[in-house]
Design a protein. Structure first.
Length: 262
């Protein structure tokens, strides 16, 4: 795995909250950090679950670090997080946003023992904005605009510039995962913003149409844009994820996990 040269920005660190035997691995998206998933992660931890939001390699430091990464570095970051949770929890679910959704789908392909996956606006088969850049831009870096969040008060920790090499890595990773979707059998919850200006909602439709999961559900997020974990529907995300996890625990164990002591 590549070695980062820059220190982690304040607030961009991974976070781990110890709870019960049910673990939730959380992944942020491309250019983001665990900070974008902080509200969701802490609310899920309040339900009693053990939560680990891992920082993907090359993220939350400097875009020069990101430029050195391949998508295999991001996959390795998730693998490391999954092993950490499996060592402590009897059940493990994963929640990922955007590229984190791609990584979540990939984990379900490589780890059939995962108990369920939850994806927020997953990048699965098409990111027109990035594909256009890949075809027209020869620059080493492209300037990033404001994150796609409906709530104008939300502030996401992210980079101001995106390496073209990294964009190409993401597009390559999406192709690798999209070709294998039929291998996904885990229970699946897909949370989709109809108005997403980065990853079209058609990505969610494609995912749902191509996985082999018998238990799959889509919930729409009508008041959020792409970074829905920081947007107006974040409480809906928490509620839907909690319901999804507990219904699956009931189905397989005939028990609902005990809440952590307050």
């Amino acid at each position: 795995m590549m070695k980062e040269q820059y220190k982690v920005m304040d607030g961009a660190e991974s976070f781990f909250i110890k709870g019960n035997e049910v673990g939730i691995l959380i992944s942020h998206g491309f250019m983001g950090t665990p900070q974008s998933m902080e509200y969701i992660g802490h609310r899920l931890a309040e339900q009693g679950y053990t939560v680990y939001a891992t920082r993907l390699k090359g993220h939350g430091t400097h875009h020069y670090d990101l430029e050195k990464c391949t998508y295999k570095d991001w996959v390795a970051s998730i693998e490391e997080g999954y092993k950490k949770l499996k060592a402590q929890c009897s059940k493990v679910f994963m929640l990922g946003q955007s590229m984190g959704g791609t990584l979540t789908a990939n984990l379900a392909l490589t780890h059939k023992d995962i108990d369920g996956i939850m994806l927020i606006n997953p990048a699965i088969n098409s990111i027109p904005e990035m594909e256009h850049l890949d075809q027209t831009v020869n620059d080493r870096f492209v300037e990033e605009g404001r994150p796609d969040i409906h709530n104008e008060e939300a502030v996401e920790i992210t980079y101001t510039h995106a390496p073209m090499k990294s964009i190409r890595e993401l597009l390559s990773f999406i192709k690798v995962v999209s070709f294998k979707l039929s291998g996904i059998e885990a229970p699946l919850l897909c949370l989709t913003s109809p108005e997403d200006h980065v990853v079209p909602a058609s990505n969610s439709t494609y995912l749902l149409n191509h996985v082999s999961s018998q238990d799959k559900k889509q919930v729409m997020l009508p008041n959020s844009y792409h970074v829905a974990s920081m947007d107006f529907d974040q409480d809906t995300i928490v509620k839907q994820c909690t319901s999804f996890i507990e219904s699956n625990l009931q189905k397989f164990n005939n028990v609902i996990p005990l809440r952590a002591a307050k």
